[in-house]
Ligand binder design. Structure first.
Ligand SMILES: C[S@@+](CC[C@H](N)C(=O)[O-])C[C@H]1O[C@@H](n2cnc3c(N)ncnc32)[C@H](O)[C@@H]1O
Length: 264
């Protein structure tokens, strides 16, 4: 069953009548001229994912990585009655999200699979995290986060898909040498990854943070291996006309019979 059309329509109407807090932290490394549109576009992607899911009321939301709330500021207006957890490795980012948007700050762990959440979520938004890790890490992190979905919860994640190869030509994500390594893996297996060079990023242990590229069929193949969930949605260029968007959710395929098999 898909989410109630009426609930989705009501949330959209409420969001459109709200005013989003436009306070930007001076420490927000994601700030650029497209900042606001990127946030709005995430609402579009999340509404599509919600509509493709089984969940009705969204009461608990996890934004990971929340950064300094580029997307969270919109989410709190889309779901004004929900509780929000804002999780990141960036302490300043989570503190800003707590102060400005009323979220509970959660300091993440570099090895995300060791991070335990004390609740489950109807919506987990993972904007631009898998875009920075190797395939093995992306698989493990996705599987881990999916464990914290509520019985009908939906997880919406993003990747650098086929379109990002073209975007790179105008907005390089990594050094030319790094990009060559990414593209080598991408052409060979459909998933490419390279660590940021030391000069580009100092904050992470080698092997855990860089740039990835993933073909849709590779992402979908990996999603098929995630237990207790099913694929709900995939959209190329679905976030900010840039990153691909996928949604997975519960219940899994085999967990419940369709309403037409049990009409009462
Ligand atoms: C490209 S930014 C995206 C931030 C935010 N989603 C946005 O759209 O503005 C990637 C973020 O991932 C965070 N990050 C990296 N590894 C992480 C981890 N293991 N757990 C949580 N956040 C992580 C970084 O601190 C950074 O804020």
């Amino acid at each position: 069953m898909m989410a109630s059309f009426d609930l989705v329509a009501q949330a959209l109407a409420r969001y459109r009548n709200s005013s989003v807090d436009e306070t930007v932290s001076p420490n927000d490394s994601m700030f650029d001229p497209g900042y606001k549109r990127v946030g709005i576009s995430a609402m579009n992607a999340i509404l599509l994912a919600w509509q493709s899911s089984d969940v009705d009321e969204i009461t608990r939301v996890l934004d990971i990585p929340c950064g300094h709330g580029r997307v969270l500021r919109h989410l709190v207006k889309l779901f004004p009655e929900a509780m929000f957890d804002a999780c990141d490795l960036d302490q300043d980012g989570i503190a800003f999200c707590a102060k400005t948007f009323g979220a509970r700050p959660l300091l993440s762990r570099e090895a995300l699979t060791t991070m335990q959440f004390d609740t489950t979520y109807d919506l987990i938004w993972v904007g631009s995290l898998f875009t920075h890790v190797s395939r093995d890490i992306a698989r493990a992190w996705l599987e881990h986060l999916a464990k914290f979905l509520s019985p009908k919860g939906v997880l919406v994640g993003t990747t650098h898909g086929r379109w990002s190869e073209h975007v790179y030509q105008h907005y390089p994500y990594i050094s030319p040498e790094g990009w060559n390594t990414v593209m080598e893996g991408y052409r060979k297996s459909g998933y490419g990854y390279c660590d940021y060079q030391a000069k580009e990023n100092h904050a992470y242990i080698e092997g855990t943070y860089g740039i990835s590229m993933a073909r849709p069929h590779v992402t979908i193949g990996d999603i098929e291996q995630i237990p207790d969930t099913r694929l709900l949605h995939y959209s190329e260029r679905g976030w900010a006309d840039h990153q691909d968007v996928f949604a997975i959710g519960k219940p899994a395929l085999t967990e419940s019979w369709p309403w037409w098999a049990n009409p009462q």
